[in-house]
Design a protein around this ligand. Structure first.
Ligand SMILES: Cc1cc2nc3c(=O)[nH]c(=O)nc-3n(C[C@H](O)[C@H](O)[C@H](O)COP(=O)(O)OP(=O)(O)OC[C@H]3O[C@@H](n4cnc5c(N)ncnc54)[C@H](O)[C@@H]3O)c2cc1C
Length: 403
């Protein structure tokens, strides 16, 4: 029997599974092949609609698909991988909070454990702040916001995730300050200055105060402390600051300086080990630059690895990853967005519709995608009172620079 082990329950894993299961359905049913998923989370989280969830436009159950439902032919183990022995082809993991370590052999291993915010780098963040990439953390943030309506919020990190989140929180009536260490927000969209300008204008419309050139250094129960010595009074700090690949010991010689697993053009890391998504460095087939860390590339990388493993299982060699990209999109409230499709920029309602269409198409569960449409329709026809909120001034420290 062959065993394929998939680590993580994110986009990479779901897409490896779907592609591989389609090509090996007979072997899976006959028991010649087993797919085992080891994931710290029992559900797949669709991050694309984070803004809609936080803004209260859609229900939390719409974006969480149980892994057992999404991958019915796989054996799912709720556990955290703790080490990989690539020479012996084994992976060790702990179930839940158990101390005991269990070990599983594999013929093929796919590392799809993604990345986390570097929470430990900011004092007090783990205890008093919020991150987004852990199991149910986004829903926990939405629940928390519901208990502190209208109170000031600090969002740290001015990448697209932070900007969307700041807009969504402001849209539900909180005064929001967005703190960004660089000199320009959304640096990953720098090649689309018109869209970055539109994002800044949307934040302005929603009353979000944007501070650039400062870092979040500490979080206390009542304040966010910044690198210039100033502080902002708040009980809600959300970190979207960068992302650090989850590093499972055992593959260290195959990592780059940022901790990403180095992949070959086939997306193999070494014999029997494959990687894609936020935890991997995948080179663009044309430019050779690392592909962006977003859901589209994680899904397409996962599809490719699924095909590559199916080929290897049938004695053929794996092909090169040739996907070239499609675009990206962000939303700033109902009917307002920015998007780029094959290099062509769109703004406003068209951009928002494009984004909605693509995201619904890429959701792992058609029933939940239909639920998103139902929730958004209900939201559109429910009258809302717009709350205008102004973010508080920092209490001390050097003058901050608006973006
Ligand atoms: C708030 C937010 C909004 C975003 N919005 C967008 C967007 O609009 N568009 C877009 O394209 N991208 C967006 N992204 C980025 C996108 O979510 C990621 O690029 C994508 O999730 C990467 O997929 P992945 O499979 O590599 O990792 P993930 O989807 O993060 O999955 C990693 C999985 O591994 C599990 N795991 C972690 N450590 C272990 C371990 N040791 N053992 C076992 N399991 C483990 C995790 O629980 C998780 O199930 C957003 C991200 C965030 C946080």
């Amino acid at each position: 029997m062959n065993r394929v082990v998939l680590l993580g329950g994110g986009y990479v894993t779901l897409h490896v599974y779907a592609t591989l299961a389609r090509r090996t359905a007979a072997q899976l049913r006959s028991g010649e092949l087993e797919i085992v998923v080891v994931s710290a989370d029992t559900a797949h989280r669709f991050h694309g609609f984070t803004g809609e969830l936080v803004a209260g436009m859609i229900g939390r159950d719409r974006v969480a698909t149980p892994l057992a439902e999404a991958m019915p032919l796989a054996r799912i183990i709720e556990g955290r991988a703790v080490s990989i022995d690539a020479a012996r082809q084994t992976v060790s993991y702990r179930r839940g909070d158990a101390d005991q370590v269990e070990t599983l052999g594999y013929d093929h291993l796919v590392v799809g454990t993604g990345a986390r915010e570097p929470v430990a780098d900011v004092a007090g963040l783990a205890e008093h702040g919020h991150a987004l990439r852990g199991p149910d953390e986004i829903a926990a943030l939405a629940d928390h916001l519901a208990t502190v309506p209208g109170t000031p919020v600090v969002v740290a990190g001015g990448g697209i995730a932070g900007v969307e989140l700041a807009a969504a929180i402001a849209d539900r009536g909180h005064p929001v300050t967005l703190v960004h260490s660089g000199d320009r927000i959304v640096p990953e969209w720098a090649d689309q200055p018109r869209l970055v300008a539109r994002a800044a204008a949307e934040l302005d419309r929603l009353g979000v105060r944007v501070w650039t050139g400062v870092r979040l250094t500490e979080v206390t129960p009542a304040a966010a402390l910044l690198s210039d010595g100033s502080s902002l009074a708040t009980a809600t700090v959300v970190a979207t600051t960068g992302q650090r690949p989850v590093q499972i010991p055992g593959l260290d010689p195959w990592r780059d300086e940022r901790g990403r697993l180095l992949t070959q053009p086939t997306l193999a890391v070494r014999y029997g080990v494959w990687a894609a998504g936020d935890g991997a460095r995948v080179e663009h087939p044309v430019t050779g630059a690392p592909v962006p860390a977003n859901a589209l590339w994680a899904m397409k990388g996962g599809d490719h690895v699924g095909r590559a493993i199916a080929r290897r299982l049938s004695g053929r060699s794996a092909r090169r990853f040739t996907y070239r990209g499609l675009g990206r999109a962000a939303s700033f409230g109902f009917g307002r967005g920015i998007s780029e499709l094959y290099g062509v920029p769109f703004t406003g309602a068209i951009a928002w519709m494009l984004r909605l269409g693509f995201f619904l198409r890429f959701m792992p569960s058609p029933a939940r995608a239909a639920g998103v449409v139902a929730d958004l329709s209900r939201f559109a026809f429910t009258p809302r009172r717009r709350v205008s909120a102004t973010a508080p001034e920092p209490t001390s420290g050097a003058a901050l620079t608006p973006a």
